[in-house]
Ligand binder design. Sequence first.
Ligand code: SF4
Ligand code: SF4
Length: 126
Amino acid sequence: METDKCSQCRLCQQYCMVARAGGESITTILSGDSETGAWNCSNCWKCVEICPEDIDVYEVMMEKRRQEPAPVRYKRAFDSVCRIGYVYPVDEVNTFREMWGLEPIRLVDPKVVRKLLGRPWAGDEE
Ligand code: SF4
Ligand code: SF4
């Protein structure tokens, strides 16, 4: 595995914003400090840029994610994206914009999101 090349220099951990905030991330796993954290990531790719051994730390994390179940909060977020197109209920945003006299913005159609994710719902093709 690519991680065999890891020299434990800890540069990835030093630059990882999740690790710097005290959280466990893939960078703490690679530096031998944790067995968890493959789902804690801001997708900044700094670990990939900084690694002197050219280890694709992000891909290592994605591989680990494929082997582990996602935390409940991720499942909730994914369900929300399939339902309304967003993680948070921004489908109500235009109601608030109208209250403030602002023009409506064009929100992403959740049907399009579901199509891109390959998760069609009953009635999507109507
Ligand atoms: S991509 Fe994720 S693991 Fe890598 S430095 Fe950024 S937050 Fe940390
Ligand atoms: S920067 Fe690269 S070599 Fe250094 S600890 Fe992280 S993965 Fe290992």
